[in-house]
Design a binder for this molecule. Sequence first.
Ligand code: ATP
Length: 239
Amino acid sequence: MLHIRNLEAGYGKVQVLHGISLDVPRGQVVTLIGSNGAGKTTTMRAISGMIKPGAGEITLQGRRIDGLDSYAIARRGLAHSPEGRRVFATMSVTDNLTLGAFARLTGSRPKGDVQDDLERAMELFPRLKERRNQLAGTLSGGEQQMLAMARAVMLNPDIVLLDEPSMGLAPILVEEVFRIIADLKSRGVTMLLVEQFAAAALQVADYGYVLENGSIPVHGSAAKLRDDPAVRAAYLGGG
Ligand code: ATP
């Protein structure tokens, strides 16, 4: 589905990613693990076109997407739920979600019925259903985080990039986020996941990559990484 080869990216003169390669097969959940500043968010931004890669290749369903702008990449079926709350504060929950379907409607991908997708998103995120007419800016932080995720799902994407979906959430909502990720996986949605809760991410994921200072020293099946003593010590709270 998504293949990345020798990707380099950064900000101005600062190079953050030093030639990383990774694969996200169709229907799988792949997670990127790493300490603060390792380059996880930068990887997500380079894939979705928010920043331009300096070198390397990114292919989505066999077609190069590196160098395209983020809107063109969204139209190819890649949705990015970025770190932090990026919702339209003065629009209602429903309008935010409807906007999520926009790239699909103008692209060459199957249109489907936005109303059906809206119902499905509300089913997946019951908290948003209760608040469908509320202005997004008045939602709690956790609810806004869910809205950003739900909006990505509205694109009916082939692949979703989820950057720290549980950031800043109370424990009960963190559980809900992981339940939603598992639910999306069972519906066949392909995902690339960055999560501060690495242990939980490796529970839901099929495969993982460890990112350190913009390089990938270790990767393997989620089960293998869960059992790797060095990975456990560095990222999974020891043991
Ligand atoms: P975290 O877990 O803390 O979110 P991360 O692995 O996602 O970390 P990145 O956000 O990709 O890390 O940051 C990698 C490096 O790039 C850091 O040194 C950061 O300071 C730098 N960086 C990130 N965004 C920018 C920016 N807009 N301009 C300049 N440098 C940036």
